[in-house]
Design a protein around this ligand. Structure first.
Ligand code: 5GP
Ligand code: MG
Length: 199
Protein backbone atom coordinates (compact mmCIF):
# COMPACT_ATOMS: atom_id res chain seq x y z
CA UNK A 1 0.00 0.00 0.00
CA UNK A 2 2.71 2.53 1.01
CA UNK A 3 4.55 2.08 -2.33
CA UNK A 4 1.46 3.41 -4.20
CA UNK A 5 1.56 6.79 -2.45
CA UNK A 6 2.87 9.79 -4.36
CA UNK A 7 2.82 12.33 -1.53
CA UNK A 8 1.27 13.00 1.88
CA UNK A 9 -0.95 16.08 1.60
CA UNK A 10 -2.17 16.25 5.22
CA UNK A 11 -0.43 14.42 8.09
CA UNK A 12 -2.00 12.61 11.03
CA UNK A 13 -0.84 15.39 13.40
CA UNK A 14 -2.37 18.11 11.23
CA UNK A 15 -5.66 16.19 11.11
CA UNK A 16 -5.69 15.73 14.91
CA UNK A 17 -4.98 19.39 15.57
CA UNK A 18 -7.63 20.62 13.11
CA UNK A 19 -10.26 18.20 14.44
CA UNK A 20 -9.78 19.62 17.96
CA UNK A 21 -10.56 23.13 16.61
CA UNK A 22 -13.44 21.97 14.43
CA UNK A 23 -15.14 20.01 17.22
CA UNK A 24 -14.91 23.08 19.45
CA UNK A 25 -16.52 25.26 16.76
CA UNK A 26 -19.37 22.75 16.30
CA UNK A 27 -19.84 22.36 20.05
CA UNK A 28 -19.96 26.14 20.58
CA UNK A 29 -22.60 26.48 17.83
CA UNK A 30 -24.70 23.70 19.40
CA UNK A 31 -24.50 25.47 22.76
CA UNK A 32 -25.63 28.69 21.07
CA UNK A 33 -28.79 26.81 19.93
CA UNK A 34 -29.46 25.63 23.50
CA UNK A 35 -32.13 27.28 25.66
CA UNK A 36 -31.63 27.82 29.43
CA UNK A 37 -33.51 25.49 31.78
CA UNK A 38 -36.28 27.60 33.46
CA UNK A 39 -35.47 26.03 36.86
CA UNK A 40 -31.68 26.39 37.12
CA UNK A 41 -30.51 28.12 33.90
CA UNK A 42 -28.34 25.21 32.71
CA UNK A 43 -28.37 24.91 28.90
CA UNK A 44 -30.83 22.40 27.44
CA UNK A 45 -29.06 20.93 24.40
CA UNK A 46 -31.50 20.54 21.48
CA UNK A 47 -31.94 17.19 19.71
CA UNK A 48 -28.91 16.60 17.48
CA UNK A 49 -28.89 14.14 14.60
CA UNK A 50 -25.61 13.46 12.82
CA UNK A 51 -25.87 12.13 9.28
CA UNK A 52 -22.56 10.58 8.17
CA UNK A 53 -22.35 9.77 4.46
CA UNK A 54 -20.98 6.27 3.80
CA UNK A 55 -18.39 5.15 3.14
CA UNK A 56 -15.83 7.92 2.91
CA UNK A 57 -16.72 9.70 6.17
CA UNK A 58 -16.24 6.70 8.49
CA UNK A 59 -12.83 7.57 9.93
CA UNK A 60 -13.57 11.31 10.08
CA UNK A 61 -16.89 10.83 11.86
CA UNK A 62 -15.41 8.33 14.33
CA UNK A 63 -12.69 10.82 15.30
CA UNK A 64 -15.05 13.83 15.34
CA UNK A 65 -17.87 12.40 17.48
CA UNK A 66 -15.46 11.38 20.24
CA UNK A 67 -14.59 15.06 20.54
CA UNK A 68 -18.27 16.10 20.93
CA UNK A 69 -19.45 15.34 24.48
CA UNK A 70 -23.19 15.69 23.80
CA UNK A 71 -26.15 13.39 23.40
CA UNK A 72 -26.74 12.74 19.69
CA UNK A 73 -28.35 10.31 17.30
CA UNK A 74 -26.43 8.97 14.33
CA UNK A 75 -28.30 8.10 11.13
CA UNK A 76 -26.16 7.02 8.19
CA UNK A 77 -26.87 7.61 4.51
CA UNK A 78 -25.10 5.82 1.68
CA UNK A 79 -24.52 7.76 -1.53
CA UNK A 80 -22.61 6.49 -4.56
CA UNK A 81 -20.87 8.91 -6.90
CA UNK A 82 -17.36 7.57 -7.66
CA UNK A 83 -18.02 3.88 -8.36
CA UNK A 84 -15.02 1.51 -8.59
CA UNK A 85 -11.99 2.98 -10.30
CA UNK A 86 -13.64 6.33 -11.21
CA UNK A 87 -11.70 9.45 -10.27
CA UNK A 88 -14.45 11.87 -11.32
CA UNK A 89 -18.11 11.98 -10.32
CA UNK A 90 -20.66 9.78 -12.09
CA UNK A 91 -23.64 11.58 -10.49
CA UNK A 92 -24.86 11.07 -6.92
CA UNK A 93 -27.50 8.45 -6.07
CA UNK A 94 -28.85 7.03 -2.79
CA UNK A 95 -28.19 3.41 -1.80
CA UNK A 96 -31.48 2.78 -0.03
CA UNK A 97 -30.50 -0.50 1.63
CA UNK A 98 -27.71 1.18 3.64
CA UNK A 99 -29.59 4.39 4.49
CA UNK A 100 -31.24 4.71 7.92
CA UNK A 101 -33.19 7.98 8.06
CA UNK A 102 -36.35 8.55 10.09
CA UNK A 103 -39.34 9.89 8.12
CA UNK A 104 -39.63 12.87 10.44
CA UNK A 105 -36.82 15.04 11.85
CA UNK A 106 -39.01 17.77 13.37
CA UNK A 107 -37.25 19.35 16.35
CA UNK A 108 -33.83 18.02 15.33
CA UNK A 109 -30.75 19.98 14.35
CA UNK A 110 -29.09 17.93 11.63
CA UNK A 111 -25.37 17.88 10.91
CA UNK A 112 -24.29 16.19 7.66
CA UNK A 113 -20.76 14.76 7.79
CA UNK A 114 -18.90 13.85 4.60
CA UNK A 115 -15.38 13.27 3.41
CA UNK A 116 -15.04 15.72 0.53
CA UNK A 117 -16.89 18.48 -1.30
CA UNK A 118 -16.11 18.20 -5.01
CA UNK A 119 -18.90 18.84 -7.56
CA UNK A 120 -21.39 19.46 -4.73
CA UNK A 121 -23.85 16.89 -6.18
CA UNK A 122 -23.74 14.64 -3.10
CA UNK A 123 -24.25 17.45 -0.60
CA UNK A 124 -27.11 18.97 -2.59
CA UNK A 125 -28.86 15.61 -2.88
CA UNK A 126 -28.48 14.88 0.84
CA UNK A 127 -29.71 18.36 1.84
CA UNK A 128 -32.80 17.93 -0.38
CA UNK A 129 -33.65 14.54 1.09
CA UNK A 130 -33.17 15.77 4.66
CA UNK A 131 -35.15 18.99 4.22
CA UNK A 132 -38.21 16.91 3.19
CA UNK A 133 -38.13 15.52 6.76
CA UNK A 134 -38.59 18.97 8.37
CA UNK A 135 -35.58 19.31 10.69
CA UNK A 136 -35.12 22.56 12.66
CA UNK A 137 -31.82 23.18 10.90
CA UNK A 138 -29.38 21.52 8.51
CA UNK A 139 -25.64 22.19 8.70
CA UNK A 140 -22.84 20.41 6.89
CA UNK A 141 -19.33 19.47 7.89
CA UNK A 142 -16.74 18.35 5.34
CA UNK A 143 -13.30 16.95 5.98
CA UNK A 144 -12.05 18.33 2.66
CA UNK A 145 -13.15 20.86 0.06
CA UNK A 146 -11.53 21.03 -3.36
CA UNK A 147 -10.52 24.42 -4.69
CA UNK A 148 -12.91 24.40 -7.65
CA UNK A 149 -15.81 26.80 -8.31
CA UNK A 150 -18.57 24.16 -7.91
CA UNK A 151 -17.30 23.14 -4.48
CA UNK A 152 -16.81 26.71 -3.28
CA UNK A 153 -20.31 27.66 -4.48
CA UNK A 154 -22.07 25.06 -2.33
CA UNK A 155 -22.88 26.45 1.16
CA UNK A 156 -21.12 24.46 3.89
CA UNK A 157 -20.77 25.59 7.52
CA UNK A 158 -17.67 23.59 8.52
CA UNK A 159 -14.67 22.58 6.41
CA UNK A 160 -11.59 21.02 8.00
CA UNK A 161 -9.21 21.55 5.06
CA UNK A 162 -9.28 23.24 1.66
CA UNK A 163 -7.15 21.27 -0.81
CA UNK A 164 -6.04 21.62 -4.45
CA UNK A 165 -8.29 20.10 -7.12
CA UNK A 166 -6.66 16.66 -7.27
CA UNK A 167 -7.77 13.11 -6.47
CA UNK A 168 -6.93 12.13 -2.88
CA UNK A 169 -7.09 8.93 -0.84
CA UNK A 170 -6.65 7.86 2.79
CA UNK A 171 -8.34 8.67 6.11
CA UNK A 172 -11.57 7.11 4.76
CA UNK A 173 -11.22 8.13 1.10
CA UNK A 174 -10.75 5.32 -1.41
CA UNK A 175 -9.61 4.39 -4.87
CA UNK A 176 -11.59 1.29 -5.96
CA UNK A 177 -12.40 0.79 -2.24
CA UNK A 178 -8.70 0.51 -1.29
CA UNK A 179 -6.55 2.88 0.81
CA UNK A 180 -9.32 3.98 3.24
CA UNK A 181 -7.18 2.75 6.16
CA UNK A 182 -4.23 5.07 5.44
CA UNK A 183 -3.92 7.39 8.46
CA UNK A 184 -2.97 10.42 6.32
CA UNK A 185 -4.56 12.15 3.32
CA UNK A 186 -2.43 11.39 0.26
CA UNK A 187 -2.25 11.38 -3.53
CA UNK A 188 -1.59 8.22 -5.55
CA UNK A 189 1.21 7.63 -8.05
CA UNK A 190 -0.15 8.06 -11.62
CA UNK A 191 0.80 4.46 -12.56
CA UNK A 192 -1.79 3.16 -10.06
CA UNK A 193 -4.52 4.55 -12.35
CA UNK A 194 -2.87 3.27 -15.53
CA UNK A 195 -4.66 -0.08 -15.78
CA UNK A 196 -8.08 1.39 -15.02
CA UNK A 197 -10.52 1.85 -17.91
CA UNK A 198 -12.90 4.48 -16.45
CA UNK A 199 -11.88 7.82 -15.01
P1 5GP B 1 -19.34 15.42 -5.15
O1 5GP B 1 -20.71 14.80 -5.15
O2 5GP B 1 -19.20 16.68 -4.33
O3 5GP B 1 -18.76 15.56 -6.55
O4 5GP B 1 -18.34 14.37 -4.54
C1 5GP B 1 -18.51 13.86 -3.32
C2 5GP B 1 -18.09 12.42 -3.27
O5 5GP B 1 -17.25 12.02 -4.35
C3 5GP B 1 -17.26 12.23 -2.02
O6 5GP B 1 -18.09 11.91 -0.92
C4 5GP B 1 -16.33 11.11 -2.41
O7 5GP B 1 -16.98 9.88 -2.16
C5 5GP B 1 -16.13 11.28 -3.89
N1 5GP B 1 -14.91 12.07 -4.17
C6 5GP B 1 -14.82 13.33 -4.64
N2 5GP B 1 -13.53 13.71 -4.78
C7 5GP B 1 -12.78 12.66 -4.36
C8 5GP B 1 -11.36 12.46 -4.25
O8 5GP B 1 -10.50 13.30 -4.53
N3 5GP B 1 -10.98 11.25 -3.76
C9 5GP B 1 -11.86 10.26 -3.43
N4 5GP B 1 -11.35 9.14 -2.98
N5 5GP B 1 -13.20 10.43 -3.51
C10 5GP B 1 -13.65 11.62 -3.98
MG1 MG C 1 -18.74 9.94 -0.52
Amino acid sequence: MQQDIEKVLISRDEIDERLDQLAKEIYDDILADASPCPKNGTPIIPDITLVPILTGSIIFVADLIRRLPIKMQIRVMSITSYPGTSTSTKGASVEAALTRLPDNLTGHHVLIIDDILDSGNTLRLVKNILSERNPNSIRSCMLLRKQRPEALAEPCEYVAFDIPDEFVIGYGLDYDDYYRNLPEICTLKPEVYENSSSS
